[in-house]
Design a protein around this ligand. Sequence first.
Ligand code: NAG
Length: 259
Amino acid sequence: MLSLVTIVTLASLVGSSWSAAAGSPADVVAKLRDAPTAVDRVNVLAKDEQFVFNFFDPAAKATTGKGGKVILANAATFPAVVGNGAAMAIGILEPCGMNTPHTHPRATEIQYNVNGTIRTGMITENGARFVMTDLKPGEMTIFPQGSIHFQINEGCDPALFVAALNSEDPGALQVAQRFLGLPPDIVAATLGDIGVEEVLGVEAIIPDSVSLGTDECLKRCGLKRTSQPTDQRQPRVSGNAFPSGVTASKWPIASDYKN
Ligand SMILES: *[C@@H]1O[C@H](CO)[C@@H](O)[C@H](O)[C@H]1NC(C)=O
């Protein structure tokens, strides 16, 4: 006689969608992390399509901004990587679009340029020199784990890059959003005592992480800097709250942003 568990398991296997076939992604990840061996992990993923991730699926979750988007296949979005220490991202940068300076706390990245010219910059740690590259199609570079790096499309057509990361959960830390999200008086003092109003003024205009790039590029491509979404700023809790009554000291450029 079939046990209830067997019936439930069989019933869950007949469905065709990911969730019907395998439970929620979090359930699948939990099963994969619980599997004693790599063989067990392959068998947890019972359907071949669980080994396919489509970066061009319009429903794929992306990190966005006015300058393009980055789509990441990691343990959460592509559980087949669990236990394999790898993830992959695709960046689609609009003309002059920039993946703003960030670090990956748990992974080194190697970035391959598919098309367009992508300028990259990196600082690995205190004392190290700044490294810059202009990647043409077919070229790649490396960003060691923890390094601050950015990518900007220097061309007037969209550009595409592929980034491989040696962690199934590389993580990302956006330098401007996170730094400006520290306690305002700490930020003000770190910047040579610029004042908390000025900190608020800068923080208020930090664009989402794939932003418009440099004035030089925008001008060359005949593009205008328009207002950008600012939803990825650090949430304020009591410890990093602005003192009550502080109003942003406007940075001249902020008032120029008009849609
Ligand atoms: C790069 O490839 C993308 C996707 O096919 C395309 O939209 C874009 O125009 C291409 N860019 C260049 C510079 O060829």
